[in-house]
Design a protein around this ligand. Structure first.
Ligand SMILES: Nc1nc2[nH]c(I)nc2c(=O)[nH]1
Length: 271
């Protein structure tokens, strides 16, 4: 099958995907979508009871799992305490996979077509603030899109003011008042930044550097969803600390933070 959605109308495929999800889950309309980036995987379990779990590649427009062995899924969950339903998108297409912006945006278009009015985008990233030790969750206040790309095509001049909802950031802070916030810059990747590029990102006003999220957020705004973005700082960005962090330390920091950030995310989603 065509894996870049290049010869179809991406919104038609999103409608097909949403119809498939509604049919398989029996949930006519979902309320909130979540994208779980690296380190955030544990949140789904804490959200509530799984209604259905669908292998992503069965859903129109989603690709076969990139990581062999790991079957990416889309999960429908009844959020405990609130009765709302969550759609957890277990597979994110990164821009660096070279499959084009339509694939990157597909999850957002599908979530909106499935009824979602809110999306929580999470990711793992590098931090420029030395106070943010690996394992620190940081609310995304705004973004700098360094990919030179847009998920939006044609003369659709979408406004991006308050793209990362200040209302939802306040809700998050009622759950955990210690949460800091920062500006997230997306690089194309898949290589990490040089120290000079990290310094440049700082000069431009970024506090976090990653390889996802900004294109998804723009696509989510285009389809009218309210957006909350949360980054997990898994490492200090290149050059910020004199000693290079070992990959093992990055993995351990992400795992150690798992339970806390998963509980945080579940509590926010229940609000
Ligand atoms: N661009 C970028 N992406 C990342 N993802 C993770 I985890 N750490 C980083 C990082 O230091 N830079």
């Amino acid at each position: 099958p065509d894996d870049t959605l290049s010869n179809v109308d991406p919104f038609d495929i999103a409608a097909e995907a949403a119809a498939y999800i509604a049919q398989v889950t029996g949930v006519e309309s979902h309320d909130i979508a979540l994208v779980l980036g690296s380190g955030w995987g544990g949140a789904a379990e804490l959200l509530g009871e799984t209604i259905a779990e669908i292998p992503s590649h069965e859903v129109p427009g989603f690709s076969a799992p990139a990581v062999h062995g790991h079957v990416a899924t889309i999960r429908s969950i009844r959020i405990s305490d609130s009765g709302k339903t969550a759609l957890v998108l277990g597979s994110r297409t990164h821009f660096y996979e070279g499959k084009g912006v339509r694939k990157v945006a597909h999850g957002m278009r599908t979530a909106a077509a499935a009824g979602c009015k809110t999306v929580i985008l999470t990711n793992g990233c590098g931090g420029l603030n030395p106070n943010w030790k690996p394992g620190t969750p940081v609310l995304i206040a705004d973004h700098i899109n360094l990919t030179a790309a847009s998920p939006i095509e044609g003369a659709n001049f979408v406004d991006l003011t308050d793209l990362y909802s200040s209302r939802l950031r306040e809700v998050a802070r009622t759950i955990d008042s210690s949460l800091d916030e920062g500006v997230y810059a997306q690089f194309r990747g898949p290589h990490y930044e040089t120290p000079a590029e990290v310094k440049m990102a700082g000069v431009l006003g970024a506090d976090l550097v990653g390889m996802s999220t900004t294109l998804e957020a723009i696509a989510a705004r285009q389809v009218g969803m309210e957006i909350l973005g949360i980054s997990l700082v898994t490492n200090l960005a290149a050059g910020i600390s004199p000693i290079a962090l070992s990959h093992q330390e990055v993995i351990e920091a992400g795992q150690a933070a798992g339970p806390r950030i998963s509980a945080l995310l579940a509590d926010i989603a229940k609000k």
